[in-house]
Design a protein around this ligand. Sequence first.
Ligand SMILES: Cc1cc2nc3c(=O)[nH]c(=O)nc-3n(C[C@H](O)[C@H](O)[C@H](O)COP(=O)(O)OP(=O)(O)OC[C@H]3O[C@@H](n4cnc5c(N)ncnc54)[C@H](O)[C@@H]3O)c2cc1C
Length: 236
Amino acid sequence: MEMDTNILKVIQRTHNVKSFRCEPKARVDFTAGQFMKVTLKVNQENQSKYFSISNSPTEKGYYEFTKKITESDFSKALDRLKAGDPLTLDLPKGSFTLKEEDKKAAFLSGGIGITPLRSMIQYAVDMNLKVNIVLLYGNHTEKDIVFREDLDALSDHSQNVRIIHTLDSPDIDRNRWRGRTGLINAQMIKEEVPDYQERKFFICGPPQMVLALNKTLKDDLEIQADRIKTEKFSGY
Ligand SMILES: Cc1cc2nc3c(=O)[nH]c(=O)nc-3n(C[C@H](O)[C@H](O)[C@H](O)COP(=O)(O)OP(=O)(O)OC[C@H]3O[C@@H](n4cnc5c(N)ncnc54)[C@H](O)[C@@H]3O)c2cc1C
């Protein structure tokens, strides 16, 4: 459903990632993990792009999306937005969603690809769902980790959520960094998710990452296609 909204709040998440909270004029239900179409004026013309909804349906009163700010005109227009500015949303869309019957899930993500997974984890914790979730989240450096505090608080709060961070920059100080290093690969999945054969996989991130991890799951770990769900952030 398309609706006009106003920006309620802009939140700087990392050095190049911002969340935009929009005030709904009507109540539209969505499922954690879904996305929406966002339309705004860019150089006097309307432009639209798709964004996962980064808040959970349990966090009521706003719809939030979280964008990596790039050099594009769309990004620059978003970056200038402040509380009170208008924006058009069209939601809900997509089937990248978690079901309680999944029982055991493994989330694989990189960078900005965390947005729908953050929504799903928050929802699962708030609703006390009987789903056990392991998240393997890759970034270049610590300062690139989006929603770090939220994610760590969720895993501290719930025995059903475990989060493993991995950093792939060659400059990581291994004496200080307590998480893993390197890209997510079959070996890392085997070590961190020993019961991987029992889990439903959710992969989200830039298309190249999603395709590579999908192939790893199928070829190296022999996961059946019907146990893998993907969301590609085409555009990166
Ligand atoms: C289902 C779905 C969900 C998504 N969810 C999210 C989400 O939650 N968060 C998110 O951030 N994205 C999400 N995306 C991707 C999003 O829709 C955009 O494609 C993405 O944000 C890139 O848009 P952009 O305007 O920054 O860059 P684009 O204009 O699409 O350009 C792509 C790249 O080119 C570069 N570029 C463009 N113009 C210039 C210029 N003039 N000079 C130099 N470089 C330039 C940009 O830096 C960018 O890296 C999602 C996509 C889909 C399909």
